[in-house]
Design a binder for this molecule. Structure first.
Ligand code: PLP
Ligand code: ZN
Length: 391
């Protein structure tokens, strides 16, 4: 399968990552004959005919096949009729497993010496897990000041972790060059292999939804997942399985919102100087696929917005208390954004919207203060009676 620049249309071979114009490329096969699969294969390999690599054995078979749920108790809060795609149910708790499954299979097929990534969070864990299951050496490049907790989370899968002292933004580009030199398949956030795997979240969503939602809303950092969602919808349109694309809404934390700022101000994405945010999994201040996200919003009549910290915390809590879903703040950002879009009139109460909940909250539960009372066993009956009379 060839790669193509979404922006200028130039075509390259399968190993290309960025176009001469500076923008990222993606795998671009002919999707016109694609039909919904009828077999019993679920997960990313269900859509193998749209992917640049054939399935291999291993953890990749556990990636994807996540539920799409109606969450009626959140409709009022979100300001629309809401479905959520629960990507927490992937083997390492995020959608990153879709991209890792495809990328590690490709590295195996190519016989690459090793797999690599630049990440200190979910992508590092996911890449390392899939590489471990495929018995591929894995190199994870992390910032020098990584926390002990993160280091432990990644190291459980046994990759070679290297703390790199230097500009972490530059490391994204340098790692791709070093990968070519040392035959390490670097599957960074928005490289074509990862985007190909991440396409499957939208293929699955549309197949499950049975029709096309009015909009899809997701959090965005590098723009890798957003690119995959956009590409999948274009392919479904090419295959005439959908007539039109849903509006794509992308959400960032206001404390680190280079793509939303560019959307607001009407220019290309520029690196910014971020503030800290609870949504640190989406805090990329120099997103390599930022302009591709702007193009996706423009083509689908969508938008890129950003939300303040208090809205992120509130949305995280609402997902737990109104839908029973434990997500990390980076996922809840999408719900906060949707609520804002409903308030501004971009989203109507009658709109049917699918939210992509990108990652589980179980990795980082902090010890929040609770007010659970201590009750003597002999008084438990009285206590329960009191609770129920309040309910
Ligand atoms: C990586 C990640 C994102 C952002 O994905 P990009 O492809 O970098 O835009 C969103 N949410 C979670 C939980 C993530 O781990
Ligand atoms: Zn180009």
């Amino acid at each position: 399968m060839q790669t193509r620049c979404y922006s200028c249309g130039d075509v390259f071979d399968a190993t290309r990552i960025r176009c001469d114009c500076g923008e990222p490329v993606w795998f671009d096969g002919d999707a016109t004959d694609f039909e919904w699969p009828t077999g019993t294969v679920h997960g990313v390999w269900r859509y193998a005919s749209l992917l640049p690599v054939a399935p291999t054995e291993g953890l990749g078979w556990a990636a994807g096949n996540t539920p799409l749920l109606r969450t009626p108790r959140l409709d009022d809060y979100a300001g629309c009729t809401l479905w959520v795609k629960d990507e927490a149910e992937n083997p390492t708790g995020t959608f990153k497993d879709r991209g890792s499954a495809v990328a590690v299979a490709a590295a195996e097929a190519r016989g690459a010496t090793a797999v690599g990534t630049v990440s200190h969070g979910n992508m590092a864990m996911s890449t390392a897990a899939h590489a471990a299951a495929a018995d591929r050496p894995c190199v994870v490049l992390v910032p020098d000041d990584i926390s002990a907790a993160r280091l432990a989370a990644i190291s459980q899968y046994g990759p070679d972790i290297v703390r790199v002292d230097g500009d972490y933004g530059q490391l994204y580009f340098d790692s791709l060059e070093l990968g070519a030199t040392f035959d390490i398949e670097f599957v960074n956030s928005d490289v074509p292999l990862r985007v190909a795997g991440q396409k499957t979240v939208a293929l699955e969503l549309i197949e499950q939804f049975d029709g096309v939602p009015d909009a899809i809303c997701l959090p965005v950092s590098s723009g890798g997942q957003a690119s995959g969602v956009w590409k999948a919808l274009r392919e479904l349109r090419d295959a005439r399985l959908i007539d039109s694309l849903p509006r794509l809404y992308f959400v960032q934390a206001a404390n680190c919102d280079p793509i939303a700022a560019a959307f607001r101000e009407g220019h290309e994405v520029r690196p910014i100087d971020p503030e800290p945010t609870a949504a640190y999994s989406i805090a990329n201040a120099n997103p390599p696929s930022g302009n591709r996200v702007l193009a996706a919003a423009a083509e689908t009549d969508g938008a890129v917005v950003s939300v303040p910290e208090d809205a992120i915390h509130e949305a995280t809590r609402k997902l737990a208390t109104e839908a029973g879903l434990c997500v990390e703040p980076s996922s809840a950002v999408a719900l906060a954004g949707l609520r804002q879009l409903a308030a501004s009139g971009d989203v109507a109460a009658t709109d049917r919207v699918a939210l992509i909940l990108t990652g589980t909250g179980f990795k980082e539960l902090s010890a929040a203060a609770t007010d659970a009372p201590s009750v003597p066993l002999a008084k438990l009956d009285e206590h329960l009676a009191a609770i129920l009379s309040d309910a």
